[in-house]
Design a protein around this ligand. Structure first.
Ligand SMILES: Cc1cc2nc3c(=O)[nH]c(=O)nc-3n(C[C@H](O)[C@H](O)[C@H](O)COP(=O)(O)OP(=O)(O)OC[C@H]3O[C@@H](n4cnc5c(N)ncnc54)[C@H](O)[C@@H]3O)c2cc1C
Length: 433
């Protein structure tokens, strides 16, 4: 089938950002603060991505235990919703509605132009450069032309649509399971005395569950007094994040599985006897999908060596968190060992993230930020959490602003990039400026 159509170019800007999750918001704000004209397209009806529409109930650590590493736009955003929680907290519970509203306010107060319900559907490439992108809005298709494009879709959709190289999953292409996040009410947090997974083995033996999934991230307290919890509960195994049919089945299983977890929480834990499911997200909580081929692919050695790079744009420290790939006991033990001990840092330790891991190998005017940056799978399992996405998003935004004139992301001055990032508040102890 050959399909041709004249499409209006609706926006001509310096920087186009695809996706309004943590990485996209940080990228757009950073580029706009550098004085550039920015347009951001978000497919859903809110900012926040997995932590907005996706209902992910908490933010991972912003510090390495000694230093504030997700500083700049990341810590600025956090300070607006979690003033009362010390920045050193390992987890920051999220009130999702407040988070979305706060991001609306920050973005509305910026010079970034954006629209929700605007989905990137195609990418026109000529000689290693993206010429324009095609978006689907409420009245049909339109184009956006930019000097630099940033892929913040989590799944690397812009890059993949443009034909970039990428990697996905383990040696067999399998990715870690997704989770359908959820909101719950009537929880008596004052009576919560045992950890969420404590009696899982007993419940599995009693036949509560269809699958013997021993890995339960659990319920975050969203509102202690009102008994509201955010659920990161249950896994949807064997998903193919590039196939909507697979995700459709996963969503339907995720919704059905909530009845099993309701039974478990009510019957086996304390404080959850009156628990009620309020809502499950419309987003399949995909943790792992495409990793875009970049000029540097972060590697396990980078984690183990606490790598330092000349072109460092930030440092991060979250452990390698590859969720269980199946329901074998041995697989749960693998996860626990890696996450709790072998692939976890001591306080004050971190790895560097080089600018090159944001520079998409296939193109000259495209950067990638957030969950889908250039990395191997174990590093993706660390840098994918929200503070990591703020770090790479902020850096991509500043770099795109610097590259707007040459329209070539490899022709920017690294010292200038680091200087501008330091001015934004980034943590760059190894910068040579
Ligand atoms: C179940 C689950 C639990 C998690 N738990 C935690 C946790 O406790 N703490 C933590 O810090 N992190 C957690 N994470 C990780 C974290 O939430 C994500 O990795 C992070 O949000 C990724 O940010 P991002 O901006 O790269 O992508 P996303 O948050 O996925 O945002 C991408 C945005 O792009 C939009 N988009 C995608 N395609 C298009 C398109 N074609 N056109 C327009 N827009 C598009 C999407 O709608 C979305 O809003 C969890 C993730 C999951 C899935």
């Amino acid at each position: 089938m050959l399909y041709q159509k004249e499409i209006e170019i609706k926006y001509e800007v310096d920087v186009f950002v695809a996706g309004g999750g943590p990485a996209g918001v940080a990228a757009a704000l950073a580029a706009s603060r550098e004085g550039k004209r920015v347009f951001l397209a978000e497919a859903r009806g809110s900012f926040g991505g997995a932590c907005g529409a996706g209902l992910v109930p908490s933010l991972a650590t912003f510090t390495d235990g000694v230093h504030l590493v997700a500083s700049g736009i990341g810590s600025e955003i956090r300070s607006r919703i979690a003033k009362e929680i010390p920045i050193t907290a390992r987890w920051t519970p999220l009130k999702v509605e407040e988070f979305k509203l706060m991001l609306d306010e920050i973005m509305a107060a910026s010079t970034v132009r954006y629209s929700f319900f605007t989905t990137l559907v195609d990418v026109a490439v000529k000689e290693r450069k993206v010429e324009y992108v095609l978006l689907s809005g409420r009245a049909g298709l339109f184009g956006v032309k930019a000097k630099v494009y940033i892929d913040c879709t989590g799944d690397g959709n812009l890059c993949a649509l443009g034909g970039a190289q990428y990697e996905i999953g383990d040696e067999t292409g399998s990715v870690m399971p997704a989770t359908l996040c959820s909101l719950w009410a009537n929880i008596h947090f004052d009576r919560r005395t045992i950890p969420d997974g404590a009696r899982l083995e007993e419940a599995i033996a009693d036949g509560v569950f269809t699958y013997a999934d021993r890995h339960l991230p659990g319920m975050q307290c969203a509102d202690f007094d009102r008994g509201i919890g955010g659920g990161n509960i249950g896994h949807m195994f064997d998903i193919d994040p590039e196939d909507e049919g697979s995700l459709t089945q996963a969503m339907q299983w995720g919704r059905r599985s909530m009845a099993e977890y309701t039974r478990y929480y009510r019957g086996y834990l304390t404080g959850f006897e009156d628990l009620t499911l309020v809502y499950t997200s419309d987003v399949a909580g995909v943790r792992e999908s495409r990793r875009i081929k970049a000029d540097h692919m972060l590697s396990p050695e980078d984690f183990l060596n606490r790598a330092v790079f000349d072109d460092e744009i930030g440092r991060y420290c979250y452990p390698v968190d590859i969720h269980v790939m199946n329901t074998d006991k041995a697989e749960f033990e693998r996860f626990q060992k890696e996450y709790m001990t072998t692939l976890r840092y001591a306080a004050g330790e971190s790895y560097g993230i080089p600018y090159r891991s944001l520079v998409v190998s296939s193109f000259d005017n495209v950067l990638v930020a957030g969950r889908c940056i250039g990395s191997d799978r174990s590093m993706q399992a660390s840098v994918r959490v929200v503070p990591g996405c703020f770090i790479t998003g902020q850096a991509a935004g500043v770099a795109a602003a610097l590259a707007a004139e040459s329209e070539n992301v490899r022709e920017i001055s690294i010292p200038l990039l680091q200087t501008r990032l330091l001015a934004l508040g980034a943590y760059l102890p190894n910068a040579n400026v």
